[in-house]
Design a protein around this ligand. Structure first.
Ligand SMILES: [Fe+2]
Ligand SMILES: [Fe+2]
Length: 504
C-alpha cells in the first residue's frame, strides 16, 4: 500500500516530527537521489517499522482513553491499559524521538501518511478531537506515566466543560503537562487531490460505514430511516464493483472488533453486490439486493450491546432476543416509505437457511428468496472471518470450506459455487505460505481466473521482511509448482503478527 498523501503544515508545528519527511521511503523510491539501493531499502524498512509502531501507539492510546472514561485511574483495568500504552510508546521511541498525529478533515495522518484503517476504526475519536479543538497531537520522549494519565482524564472531560475551563491547551499548561502538545484545529491540511486516487475506494468504504451508523442512530431516535442515504451508498458501492470487483473485495476484509455491526453491514453489502453481479443481476435488482444487504441486521439495534458482545453462552431469554432480530428489522423497514419489499424480505429471511431450518420459521414457502440466499452466504462468510468476543476469526479459506460443507443445508449450493469462483479458494486478503516458503498476501484476482490470483510477497523463505512485490501465481506454478500448487497453506494473521490490510 503506497500512500502519497501528505498533510502540509500551514501553521507553526508544535510537534517535533516533520510530516512528509519520509515520503520517499514510504513510496519505495528512496534510491533516486544517488544513494545505494541498500541504503534506500534500509530507510524504507525503518520507515515501515515506524508506521507500524505508530499505529500500535494509537491503538493503545485509544484503549487507555477508553479505560479512563469508564474506570478510576487506580482500577486494575486502567493500570493495565496505561502500562500497555507506556510500553508501546517506549517501543516507538526506539525508532523516533517523538510521536505525532495530525488530524486532517476526518482522517488521521502520521508523518505525512494517511492512516486509512485507523481513520475508520477510530472515527469517534477523530470527531471528539474536532469537538475539543484538537488538530493534532505530539507526545515527547520525556512523557511520564503520571503525566499521561493526567492528560487522559483532562481529555475525557466534556467539550463544554473544557471550553468553560479555557480549553485543553490552557489546562495542560496549568497542570504542568509539558510532554504533550496540542495543535490548533486546521493546523494541517491535505495535499492536492491528484495524489489521492488510491485512497478513494477506502474513503467510500468509510463513508458507507458512517452512513450505516447514522441510519442506525436515526432509527433509534425517531424510528425514521433516510432511504435516500442508503440508496446513495449502495449506488456508489455498485459502481466500484462494476469498475474493479477484485479491489472492492479487498475492502471487505476491513473489520472492526469494537464496532462490529456497522463494518459487517458494509462488508455484506460489498460481498452481496459482487456475488449478485456475477449471476448476473441487472442494476435495479442489485440496488434492491444491496439495500437489503446493507440493512439486513438493522433489527440488532433492539438488542442490548451486552448481549451482542457477550463472550459466554447466551441465556434462553437472550437467545430469544437474538433470534428475533430478523423480524424486528423487517418491522422497522416495513414502516419506512421507499424500501422495496424484497429488501425487507432480505432482513426477514437472512437467517432462515436454505433448508428453512433456521430462524424465523418460514411457513408456506419452499425456498428463501434469491436475495436472501445471496445475503445469507455473504453474511456468514463475513461473520466467520471476523474476530468477535466469542470467537477467533477463521482464515478466509477455512471459512470457504465451511460454506462448502454446508452447501444444500445452510446455503444454496449454486450460490456457494459462484461465490467460490468469485473469491477463489484463497480470497483477496488471505495471508499465505507459497511453495517457495515465502509469505504473501493474496492481492488481487488475476483476470477472470480466481484460482490463480496475484499475490504480494512480503517475507522471504527465512521469514525476513522484503520489499513487497507483486507476483503472478500462474507463473510460479509454471516454474516450481508442486502438482499445480503455488500456495501451500493459509496462515492466521494473529499467529504471524501481520495485518494483511497493510498490503492491500
Ligand atoms: Fe443477522
Ligand atoms: Fe449479519
Amino acid at each position: 500500500m503506497s500512500e502519497k498523501t501528505a498533510p502540509e503544515g500551514k501553521g507553526p508545528n508544535t510537534g517535533r516530527a516533520e510530516p512528509g519527511r519520509h515520503a520517499n521511503g514510504a513510496n519505495g523510491e528512496a534510491a533516486q537521489d544517488g544513494r545505494s539501493f541498500k541504503e534506500g531499502a534500509l530507510e524504507y524498512f525503518h520507515y515501515r517499522g515506524s508506521v507500524e509502531r505508530a499505529r500500535e501507539v494509537l491503538r493503545l492510546f485509544q484503549a487507555a482513553k477508553k479505560a479512563a472514561s469508564i474506570y478510576p485511574p487506580n482500577h486494575e483495568i486502567c493500570l493495565g491499559a496505561f502500562a500497555e500504552f507506556m510500553r508501546g510508546f517506549r517501543e516507538f521511541l526506539t525508532r523516533r524521538e517523538a510521536f505525532s498525529l495530525q488530524v486532517v478533515g476526518e482522517e488521521f495522518f502520521f508523518e505525512g501518511r494517511l492512516l486509512a484503517r485507523e481513520s475508520v476504526l477510530y472515527y469517534p475519536l477523530i470527531k471528539e478531537f474536532q469537538e475539543k479543538g484538537i488538530g493534532g497531537l505530539s507526545i515527547g520522549a520525556g512523557l511520564g506515566a503520571g503525566e499521561f494519565v493526567g492528560f487522559l482524564y483532562l481529555l475525557n472531560r466534556g467539550s463544554e466543560e473544557l471550553r468553560a475551563q479555557g480549553g485543553l491547551k490552557a489546562l495542560l499548561d496549568a497542570k504542568g503537562i509539558s510532554n504533550i502538545a496540542i495543535d490548533d484545529p486546521g493546523t494541517w491540511r491535505e495535499k492536492p487531490p491528484e495524489s489521492r486516487e488510491r485512497s478513494t475506494a477506502r474513503e467510500e468504504y468509510y463513508d458507507a460505514v458512517n452512513v450505516i451508523r447514522e441510519l442506525a442512530d436515526q432509527v433509534v431516535s425517531d424510528r425514521r430511516l433516510s432511504t435516500g442515504k442508503a440508496n446513495r451508498v449502495v449506488g456508489a458501492m455498485l459502481s466500484r464493483v462494476g469498475e474493479n470487483r477484485s479491489a472492492v473485495l479487498g475492502l471487505a476484509t476491513i473489520k472492526s472488533y469494537d464496532e462490529y455491526t456497522s463494518f459487517h453491514s458494509v462488508n455484506v453489502l460489498i460481498l452481496s453486490l459482487a456475488l449478485g453481479s456475477m449471476l448476473p443481476l441487472d442494476r435495479g435488482a442489485l440496488i434492491i439486493l444491496g439495500t437489503g444487504a446493507l440493512l439486513h441486521d438493522l433489527g440488532k439495534i433492539t438488542i442490548p450491546q451486552g448481549v451482542l458482545t457477550k463472550s459466554g453462552p447466551l441465556t434462553a431469554q437472550e437467545w430469544e432476543m437474538m433470534r428475533d432480530h430478523p423480524a424486528r428489522g423487517a418491522d422497522i423497514l416495513l414502516a419506512q416509505p421507499g424500501v422495496h419489499p424484497l429488501s425487507v424480505m432480505v432482513a426477514y429471511e437472512h437467517h432462515a437457511r436454505y433448508d428453512l431450518r433456521g430462524y424465523p420459521r418460514i411457513n408456506g414457502k419452499r425456498l428463501q428468496g434469491l436475495f436472501s440466499r445471496i445475503v445469507q452466504v455473504c453474511d456468514v462468510y463475513d461473520a466467520m472471518t471476523t474476530t468477535r468476543p466469542y470467537q477467533r476469526a477463521r482464515t478466509p479459506d477455512q471459512a470457504m470450506r465451511v460454506l462448502v460443507k454446508e452447501m444444500g443445508s445452510s446455503f444454496d449450493p449454486l450460490l456457494v459455487k459462484v461465490f467460490m469462483d468469485m473469491m477463489g479458494m484463497f480470497p483477496v486478503g488471505t495471508l499465505v505460505r507459497l511453495v517457495t516458503g515465502e509469505t504473501a498476501v493474496v492481492y488481487e484476482a488475476a483476470g477472470e481466473d480466481a484460482a490463480w490470483p496475484r499475490v504480494k510477497v512480503i517475507r522471504d523463505a527465512e521469514g525476513g521482511e522484503v520489499e513487497p512485490r507483486v507476483m503472478d501465481l500462474a507463473r510460479l506454478v509454471e516454474k516450481v509448482g508442486e502438482g499445480g500448487r503455488a500456495i501451500l497453506e493459509s496462515i492466521h494473521p494473529e499467529d504471524a503478527g501481520i495485518d494483511p490490510q497493510d498490503y492491500l
